[in-house]
Write a protein that binds this ligand. Structure first.
Ligand code: XMP
Length: 342
């Protein structure tokens, strides 16, 4: 269904959810001046809603939760407690960047939880993609719940809900804790960017001083690298995935493809092939590159990466990433291939 028809039907059936309806006259935030106006208004509203109470936020480092964190830090400072859970499936440097930007530069009250071992132990030997997703989602809630229980005097839960989330999920989601926290741990919600579209969130994020690679970050699935380390995840293959992904991102940035290509990443499947390395027979993994363009992720086309750049990336990956002897480029559009491999 086309989005605008969906929006009309949604508002026809759910006219009562007024606070969740973007007013027809709300100006699209496209400039730094409009972003500043939005930020100033939100700071006032957040201060009056929160008063001297405390707010909790699950800070993933994605653009939505980062913008909410930055807004709340401006509005209520240390009354915001941000929890960053590292599930061990983040891209290279991401957890470090969250700590640097929020704790070091913005002086935030940040709880950093390195739960890598916990997640990887639970995932050991699990090959089914849906089972992997379920384990990652459930464990995330459990870690967040444990951290929330350690804190005293939290009244609010902040969420990076944006307008498409409300339109796509109906009226229920925005009135409940999306994360699936237990009944005895329910908070009042704070959702300062719930009427904004993604492009507006990015303009606001830039005005708030967040770094470009956070504000213009390509989409990254919740289960992270877990769905790109196909089959049962192993630590060595996960490391090869993280390193090859970092090389791809670095080369795309250097060669003007960052921001141009919608989503790009590597996959390390759970099989090996024969090769030759340093005059010896090798038995190593392939790295598969995926780089796609799309409007809505329902269909996708393949980016035509220049051959010299593909060769350069291949050379870097086979020389710099341990355990890898081949590099492949996935030429499959969606359909028939989904964007992720799992
Ligand atoms: P597919 O693979 O279905 O992906 O073509 C479409 C878009 O959705 C993202 N994706 C996910 N995002 N949790 C997420 O938050 C998931 O489990 C998940 N699976 C796929 C994918 O990265 C692409 O942008």
């Amino acid at each position: 269904m086309r989005p605008h028809i969906f929006i009309l039907i949604y508002f026809f059936f759910f006219p009562m959810t007024k606070g969740n309806v973007r007013p027809a006259n709300m100006e699209r935030i496209t400039t730094p001046a409009l972003a500043k106006k939005f930020i100033d208004e939100q700071i006032k509203e957040l201060r009056s809603q929160i008063g001297d109470k405390n707010v909790l936020l699950a800070l993933s480092g994605g653009v939505d939760s980062s913008v909410v964190a930055a807004l709340l830090i401006k509005a209520v400072g240390k009354q915001l407690v941000s929890v960053h859970v590292n599930h061990g499936l983040l891209r290279k440097g991401e957890a470090e960047q969250v700590v640097r930007v929020f704790r070091d530069e913005m002086d935030a009250n940040l709880v950093y939880v390195d739960a890598t071992d916990r997640f990887l132990d639970k995932l050991a030997g699990v090959a089914d993609p849906e089972q992997k997703r379920k384990i990652i989602g459930a464990e995330f809630i459990r870690v967040f719940e444990e951290e929330a229980r350690k804190l005293q005097g939290i009244s609010f839960l902040a969420q990076g809900t944006i307008y498409p989330d409300i339109v796509e999920s109906g009226p229920v989601k925005s009135h409940h804790n999306v994360g699936g926290l237990p009944d005895d741990l329910q908070f009042e919600l704070v959702e300062p960017i719930k009427l904004l579209y993604k492009d507006e969130v990015r303009v606001v994020g830039k005005e708030l001083g967040l770094p470009d690679n956070m504000v213009f970050r390509q989409p990254f699935p919740g289960p992270g690298l877990g769905v790109r380390c196909t089959g049962a995840i192993t630590r060595d293959r996960l490391e090869a995935l993280r390193e090859s992904d970092a090389i791809l991102r670095e080369e795309f940035a250097k060669n003007g493809l960052e921001g141009k290509v919608w989503q790009y990443f590597t996959i390390v499947p759970d099989y090996k092939s024969t090769g030759v390395k340093n005059n010896q027979r090798s038995w190593d993994w392939p790295v598969i590159i995926r780089a796609v363009n799309t409007r809505d992720a329902m269909t996708a086309t393949i980016e035509e990466i220049p051959y010299p750049l593909l060769h350069h990336i291949t050379q870097r990956i086979i020389n710099e990433v341990p355990g890898v002897n081949r590099v492949l480029y996935d030429l499959t559009p969606k359909p028939t291939g989904t964007i992720e491999w799992e």
